[in-house]
Design a protein around this ligand. Sequence first.
Ligand code: 2RA
Length: 348
Amino acid sequence: GKPNLAVVGATGAVGGVMLSLLSARQDVWGEVRLIASPRSAGRTLTVRGRETTVVALDEEAFEGIDIAMFDVPDEVSAQWAPIAAAKGAIVIDNSGAFRMDDDVPLVVPEVNAAAARLRPRGIIANPNCTTLSMIVAIGALHSEFGLRELVVASYQAASGAGQAGIDALREQTARVAGTAVGEQAGDLRRVIGDTGPFPAPLALNAVPWAGSLKADGWSSEELKVRDESRKILGLPNLRVSATCVRIPVVTTHSLAVHAVFEREVSRQRAQEILAQAPGVVLYDDPEKGEFPTPNDVVGTDPTWVGRIRHSLDDPNALDLFLCGDNLRKGAALNTAQIAELVAAELTG
Ligand code: 2RA
């Protein structure tokens, strides 16, 4: 019969996208069980057109589950993913808890689908949304030209910080609407006060920080882009320098990318590759004002790529701009695609 699926963290921002994806994509599932923290248990959510009661996260919740998709904080995954795996479920974890473990594959179906089959701990990791917003397009270019270096700047949406991020941006935006705020140094801080999950006011601003502080002034977000890109592409010596910036966009991450390759590249060839790459939309005609903006991309599945240029000072380099919905391909969709890969494997 069809495999039984559990969605752990069904009540979060990503969980909501996950349920809509499961309701729209080909239904390969037997039971779809919704699991969340005890305080959310008892709520009913609709998935595949059926009212489904959320059950509390405990060991019994994984009884009879074949595949469990986790979208919960790192520490919850660290504790519960091994328990789910011990109960026989194959876990697809969207947290950072296991991504860099050697015995846990980090999978993007369009780039390294085969890696999902080697899962000694019964756990498959889903990359961070910032990496996922660019890696499908970068992987296509790597296959053709042989990637050597990435220099990226991210422009990240508030929903990367979850529902709290969305709420904070909307509250801040309402508070500054109709005012002259933003023209005097520090006036945003005075008017906005509490900045919520962000270290500085986000509305009408740009905040060069995402994640937590790591060594030598790097942010966890910037190290994730570097470490995850290397693991997904199988390039342990890939040179990566990322600067991750939060901007006042609700959902959809953007990245400006400078990519250096082994071989000489061309704008036309890069456009041809991206136009036919699975999971990528080429939207690149600046003469017509055609380039991806977050608001064109939000709610869609693909990575949208534009502003492709042959670098002026390096024949082996390209400059480009891309957008990806951080809650969809950045999290829920990639997890769903991996789950479908595993379901196909299980049902032979
Ligand atoms: C962020 N990528 O955007 C991180 C986690 N989703 O905050």
